[in-house]
Design a protein around this ligand. Structure first.
Ligand code: GLC
Length: 744
């Protein structure tokens, strides 16, 4: 790509002074209000240049040189194809991105910088657990730190904008993208969404180690029929507001700079053409002033949805609904200018979109600093600090589901250990889905970590895939660790499944080994909940890790040997069978609540209960709850009720407990869930240590989408429960004495 002669952009005066960008010096403009600068720039733009800002293309190629020079491209997604994160993508080359930036800034008429975007979902080069695994930590602090590490690494190579966090609520494990979000609950997902936004953006997304975040996929993408990706969603306005919008609302409140509209329809209206959602709720009700980008090619897919006659119609519907940037469909590029000239799209609509895009670029400081220092990245990618953070997060997300007879942690009772199974030697697979820049050589397999860190006196034999080999080795051992689960290609986008058992052949392997009557420990590595009912009844110890990232090997080994005490808690309900789906803890009571008797909600042949409930997780120690206290029996409209309980570590080793607070609204203007998580706290307790844990409940915590279509709390009786998961704990009651309208 030849850059040609240098021309001056009117927006930055180039000087050769070295500054934090290193070799590209730009002097900094007088600081003026961003809106003033946006309006001044907008006034100078042609209609074609405005449409250019609304156009995003894939990885920039030579064919794009003239488009960049003419201002026909506003941003690039630095990704080689629409494989949705299931393939190695060419690495990001900072010098290359700087070259494209220089072309835009120095050779286009107005010198508007390009936005460089990428899916940095759960790490860039240092890969953290998949977001579902991060949610299993119930630690917003760890999620925030993970996003900050990802931002530091990606910004260091010239990325400005990540298409994360994915904050869709998922209650159907058949859906492959349950891996990418924070689980089934709005409160847990909201806490993680806000934490991720803080981590990616920091206080100033223009900082050289921060990214502009993008909450996606707005909204209710996880409610697709049959768990089939991209399929029809038909939720009520109430379910939309109560379940699927809160995590996006939390991201917006946390200052997220952008949102991504989703592929699917809601009740007949595709999201990408849904002005009720993209403008009515997002902008008018919530006051969101950032930009909305479509998902990949989603504008053109309005034709497939059957609401657009052609690409021109698709462009019209999307821009009128509130989609500012067209990701890679080309519909805006090809038709938007003509739509404006023919008055099918008001010029003001395009101006509003361009303002939001330019504001984003100003907020990112791109006009002052369009280039990236290409020296910094080499020192921070996969540095020791980042690796340690990934390992701590991986460890904190490991969930101990069973430990009959205290088989774990492995110790003196085991001097000959066999470790085997289809994921025992896995390395890249531990990354999980959406890990474009992960490097397999960074990863140590679980089997290797177990073998290398076993306590003195224990011999560890790692056995390959043949069942006979495994059984033969197992017969000569004291205990067997079997590592099973999912390859990332069963997980993530376009990877929904219609069965929830272990992948083919693995269930038989488990049964074969269980029949040897050797103490068997199952380590499950997955991108979703699985219905391991037989295993849960016949395997005495089960450790679960949702694709733990690059440090999963050491983390699992540390958990097996007790160097860490498992403290993960389920962010999703574990079903007994695929036939139970959808299955989630905050269900409605119905007129015939579930019970194993006729004329009640139940299955003839199976249980209606989950295999393991939301929020569940064991520890190598034990925690007891006592002394529930409520500060008052009545909450006034402007008041609060403090709810506290004592949590005591009655075991012989320290451990983290996730104390959870659930509420039930006993009578409402509409039916209300049998339980709703309202708050949680992760605490560390030493052996014998007890601590009083207090939560403050206010009317805003009791708000929901009421019968009259307003958001608020209603007077009446509530039960409140403090406990270790969605179905256990100490319960009390209080009354809210007046209805309280709230801002949503
Ligand atoms: C994909 C995904 C979205 C991603 C985008 C860019 O199809 O739906 O999550 O950010 O395209 O890769």
């Amino acid at each position: 790509m030849s850059l040609g002669t240098e021309t001056r952009s009117p927006w930055v005066r180039l000087s050769r002074r070295r500054d934090r960008a290193g070799e590209y010096g730009v002097s900094t403009m007088q600081t003026r209000s961003i809106n003033l600068r946006v309006d001044e720039l907008l006034a100078r733009m042609t209609l074609e240049e405005k449409v250019g800002q609304m156009t995003q293309v894939g990885v920039l190629q030579d064919e794009h040189v003239e488009m960049v020079r003419s201002g026909a491209i506003g941003s690039s997604i630095v990704a080689s194809s629409a494989w949705a994160g299931h393939e190695d993508q060419p690495d990001v080359v900072v010098d290359r991105l700087n070259e494209w930036q220089r072309l835009a800034v120095q050779e286009s008429r107005l010198g508007i910088p390009l936005l460089m975007a990428r899916d940095v979902i759960h790490g860039f080069r240092t890969i953290f657990p998949i977001p579902l695994g991060q949610a299993a930590t119930w630690s917003p602090e760890l999620v925030e730190r993970g996003a900050a590490v990802a931002a530091r690494e990606a910004a260091g190579v010239g990325i400005h904008w990540t298409f994360a966090p994915m904050v869709d609520i998922a209650r159907d494990p058949r859906w492959g993208r349950i891996a990418e979000g924070y689980g089934e609950d709005p409160v847990l997902a909201s806490a993680m969404a806000a934490a991720a936004v803080r981590g990616f953006q920091g206080d100033d997304p223009a900082a050289p180690d921060r990214l502009m975040a993008c909450a996606k996929h707005f909204a209710a993408y996880g409610a697709s029929e049959g768990g089939r990706d991209y399929d029809t969603v038909d939720v009520s306005e109430r379910t939309l507001r109560d379940v699927h919008l809160p995590s996006f609302r939390a991201a917006v409140r946390a200052g997220v700079g952008t949102l991504m509209s989703a592929f699917h329809e809601i009740g007949g209206v595709p999201v990408t053409a849904n002005s009720h959602l993209l403008t009515g709720i997002l902008r008018r009700e919530w006051g969101f002033d950032g930009l909305v980008i479509s998902d990949w090619n989603a504008v053109a897919e309005l034709i497939d949805h059957g609401v657009a006659r052609d690409r021109r119609d698709a462009a019209r519907l999307a821009v009128l609904a509130g989609v500012d940037v067209d990701m890679c469909s080309g519909c805006y590029r090809d038709h938007l200018a003509e739509l404006v000239r023919s008055n099918d799209v008001p010029a003001a609509t395009v101006d509003d979109s361009v303002r939001r895009i330019l504001r984003t670029k100003f907020r990112l400081g791109l006009f002052e600093q369009p280039f990236t220092d290409n020296h910094r990245s080499r020192t921070i990618l996969h540095c020791a600090e980042h690796v340690a953070a990934a390992r701590e997060t991986a460890a904190a997300g490991i969930v101990l589901l069973r430990n009959e007879g205290g088989l774990l942690p492995l110790g003196k009772r085991c001097s000959r250990l066999v470790i085997a199974g289809p994921l025992a030697q896995a390395r890249r697979e531990l990354f999980g889905t959406w890990t474009l820049n992960g490097v397999e050589s960074d990863v140590a397999a679980i089997a290797d970590c177990v073998r290398q860190t076993a306590p003195r006196g224990m011999t560890v034999t790692a056995v390959g895939g043949l069942v006979d080999e495994i059984c033969s080795a197992a017969r000569k051992s004291d205990m067997v660790v079997l590592v099973v689960g999912e390859h990332p290609n069963r997980s993530g986008e376009a990877h929904s499944v219609d069965q929830l058992g272990l992948p083919p052949g693995q269930g038989e392997l488990v049964r074969t080994l269980a029949a040897l009557c050797k103490p068997l420990i199952l380590v499950v590595v997955s991108g979703r909940p699985l219905a391991l009912t037989w295993e849960a009844e016949h395997v005495p110890a089960i450790l679960w890790t949702f694709h733990p990232g690059g440090e999963g090997g050491p983390a699992v080994a540390d958990a097996l040997f007790g160097r860490i005490n498992p403290s993960g808690r389920l962010p999703v309900t574990m079903p007994r069978s695929v036939g139970q789906i959808p299955l989630y803890y905050s269900r409605k009571n119905t007129g015939r609540p579930p019970a194993t008797c006729r004329f009640r909600s139940h299955y003839i042949e199976g249980s209606y209960r989950p295999l393991f409930p939301f929020g569940f997780g064991l520890s190598y120690t034990r925690f007891e709850y006592s002394d529930l206290e409520l500060s008052a029996a009545t909450m006034s409209a402007d008041g609060q009720v403090c709810v506290a309980a004592r949590v005591t570590n009655v075991g012989d080793r320290s451990g983290d407990e996730v104390v959870q607070l659930y509420v039930r609204d006993l009578v409402g203007s509409v039916t209300r869930p049998v339980a709703e998580l309202k708050s949680f706290r992760r605490i560390r307790l030493e052996p014998g240590e007890g601590r009083r844990v207090e939560f403050v409940l206010r009317p805003e915590h009791l708000a929901f989408w009421r019968l009259d279509g307003t958001w608020g709390a209603e007077a009446g009786e509530f039960t409140v429960r403090i406990g270790p998961n969605a179905v256990e704990g100490l319960e009390g009651r209080f009354t809210l004495d007046n209805a309280v309208a709230q801002a949503e």
